[in-house]
Every structure is written in C-alpha cells, then in structure tokens.
Design a protein around this ligand. Structure first.
Ligand code: NAD
Ligand code: MN
Length: 362
C-alpha cells in the first residue's frame, strides 16, 4: 500500500478550522480506498509561532517540507501582525522557496450554488486560471528610501524573466490542450506596460506555435474583468501574471458563488519539490474560531492534491461528494446564505465517502 507523506500547515484564523477538516476527509477517503494511506505531519507555523519566535516559520522550515509528497495549507494572516509579514514570512516563502511557479485555480458553479450573475448558466462558467507564482509584481524587489521625510520614495519592481514567462505560459497551453475546448486566453497589459508585458506577449506567440491544436487569444486585463461578467462562456483556460491573476481569480471566485468554495494548487510541475494546496480565502477574522467557516474550498483543494498525487479515482469520489453536499441547501454555510457549521459539512462529506447517504448524516 502506498503511503503519501503530507505536511499540514493550518496557519492562522479559519485555516485552523478548515485544514483539520480537510485532513479528516482525506483520512476517511484513504480508509475507504484501502489502496493508499496518508502520513500527516502538522506544522504549527503562523501568527502564534511568530509571537513566540519572532518569525512565521523556522529558518530550516523549507527543509522540513522538502521530502513531503504535498502540503495542505490553510491561511496566513493575523489580526495583530502586518499582512506583508505574515504573507511573505510563510506562504510566499514556501511558494517561492519550493519554486511552485504555477498557481492553478479552477472555477465552476457547483450544484446548488446561487451565483450572482443573472444570465449565467452553470455550464457557461468553467474556467481554470493559471497564475504566475514565482516572480513578476510580487518578486519583492524594491525598497524605501528617506522614510518619514517629505522626499520619501518607495518602489516595487516587477521582475519578469523570459524563462519565468515561458514556463508558466507553456504550462497553461498544456493545461488548455488537456481540456475539452482547447482554448487559452492570455491576459496582458502591453498597451500601458510597454516593456515586460510586451515580452510576455511575444513569448505567448512563440509558445503558441508548439500547440497548433489550441486556440488562443489575448485580452487586456481590465477588459478581461468585463468579459468574465458579460461573456463568461467565451473563456476556458486563462493565464496571467502574478498580480493580474491574483485579482482576476478573486473575481472568478465571487462569480462562482463564494470565496469559501474556491480551491487552488501551487504546483512545481517538474516535481522537484512538493506542491502546495490551499483554499483561496484568507484567515476570515470576522468568523474565525466560531465553527462557521466553509470547508468546501479546502476539500476541493484536497481533490487537486489527490489528482497531483496520481489518485484520480479518489479525487473524483471526493469531488462527487462535495457536489452532493453543495446541492443540499441545508448543508450551506453562512457565506452561502445557510446555517450549517464547518463540522456539519465535514460530517456530511465523510458520511458520503463512507458509502452513507445524506439523510443519515442529517
Ligand atoms: P478573507 O478571505 O479572509 O475574508 C473575506 C470575506 O470572506 C470575509 O467576510 C470572510 O468571512 C469571508 N470568507 C472567507 N473565507 C470563508 C470561508 N471559508 N467560509 C465563510 N466565509 C469566508 O480575506 P481578507 O479579509 O481580505 O483577509 C483576512 C486575512 O487573511 C488578511 O490577513 C489577509 O492578508 C489574509 N489572507 C491570506 C491568504 C492566504 O494565506 N492565502 C489569502 C487571502 C487573505
Ligand atoms: Mn488573493
């Protein structure tokens, strides 16, 4: 029997609620499969760790993750610590340190979810956004000079490398090729950002020649927001820079019904290092510690984790259970307009995975 070594990093806020829920679901799935198992190791990194040690994770933290098969992550963000410290000290440190350069965000309107777009049928919205996850606007290059003086200056330099653009665009073409519509939209802003984004466009056109069976087009990022709302069915696979895709994917999550549902994978496609799977939402200070967090985003991330490990059947079983649960309004959490708790949703998914029915779970 294959045993996968998984690191769990709940982090902060509702991460501490949804990651244990995700671990429980994976355990139930493994026991039901009798084909594979999980060896979980939990890491208590995040805001509390920072208060004790002055850093979000230990200096050798990346080494502790290196031999894992995957990482299940919650959220980094603490009400009492500045966001750039929590984000850079934990999540970005892992993503960049393990060169997880492709951030993949599938978006669909799941059964039973009341999405905000009036004329959008569920079949009209089936996207995967690929976000460059290692450089660009979030390279961390820049600085501040003359702090506190009237002549204070601050810069954030977007670093775009040919190699970095090429690898993520090629990944996106490959992903588009694997989907039924074979359709890729490359997001750009080369009208206003006339150096790096022009190179990005050139590289897209070059890589496109390797994929004659994929139809592709270009869209300026601001126009892309309108297209997502007005013509959602015209999109399938989307690739964008770090900042552009960060913004577009929150819009995508909202259009699909809730931030609480959306999953993401931070992939090292070459598998030199473990990849990391997490819900896209943050720590949700307003509801943390109250058992109200929607765990579906974490469960869907677990589906992506299983696909990455090469367990497509288990992934499909979990996705089917998720969709059966979202289809039942009695199992909707507050973000979806319901009253169910994290525990009730988790119990329902576990019951289904064990071969039970939702009637028994209720
Ligand atoms: P957020 O995602 O934490 O919350 C936004 C809103 O959505 C809140 O009203 C929240 O209650 C709701 N929400 C989010 N996830 C939910 C869930 N699973 N179930 C029910 N409701 C849910 O975004 P924010 O408020 O902008 O950020 C809060 C903190 O989280 C900040 O410190 C931020 O830096 C951090 N953050 C971290 C990550 C990450 O680690 N990947 C991502 C986003 C934000
Ligand atoms: Mn974001």
């Amino acid at each position: 029997m294959k045993t996968y070594r998984i690191a769990t990093i709940p982090g902060d806020g509702i991460g501490k609620e949804v990651v244990p829920a995700g671990q429980r679901v994976l355990d139930v799935l493994a026991r039901a499969s009798q084909r594979f198992g999980f060896d979980f190791e939990n890491f208590d990194w995040g805001g509390d760790y920072y208060r004790q040690h002055g850093e979000m994770m230990p200096a050798d933290g990346l080494d502790q993750l290196r031999d894992k098969d995957a990482v299940l992550f919650g959220s980094a963000g603490d009400p009492d610590i500045a966001d750039h410290i929590t984000l850079w000290g934990l999540r970005l440190k892992i993503c960049q340190g393990l060169d997880q350069y492709a951030n993949v965000r599938p978006t669909r309107i799941l059964p039973g979810i009341d999405a905000p777009l009036k004329r959008c049928r569920p079949e009209d919205l089936n996207w995967v956004i690929v976000r460059e996850n290692s450089e660009g606007e979030y390279s961390g290059v820049g600085g501040r000079v003359h702090q506190g003086h009237p002549i204070e200056v601050a810069t954030d330099v977007s670093m775009m490398t040919r190699a970095g653009c090429e690898r993520v665009i090629r990944f996106a073409f490959r992903l588009a090729q694997s989907r039924p519509r074979k359709l890729l939209t490359v997001i750009t802003k080369s009208n206003a950002q006339r150096h790096a984004m022009v190179m990005w466009d050139e590289i897209a056109a070059e890589v496109a020649r390797e994929f004659p069976d994929v139809s592709w087009d270009k869209e300026i990022v601001d126009a892309a927001t309108a297209r997502m709302v007005n013509r959602p069915a015209s999109l399938d696979t989307i690739v964008a820079t770090n900042l552009h895709a960060d913004i577009l994917s929150d819009l995508a999550a909202a259009l699909a019904g809730s931030l609480g549902i959306a999953p993401t994978a931070n992939l090292d496609p070459e598998r030199r290092y473990p990849s990391m799977f997490e819900p896209i939402h943050g720590s949700a200070f307003d509801i943390m510690g109250r058992g109200l967090a929607n765990p579906i985003g974490t469960f869907w991330s677990a589906v992506m984790l299983l696909e990455h490990l090469g367990e497509p059947e288990a992934a499909a079983r979990l996705m089917a259970a998720i969709e059966q649960v979202t289809a039942d309004p009695a199992l909707h959490t507050r973000d979806l307009g319901g009253e169910a708790t994290t525990a009730q949703v988790t119990d329902a998914v576990c019951t289904l995975l064990q071969g039970g029915s939702l009637r028994q779970a209720a």
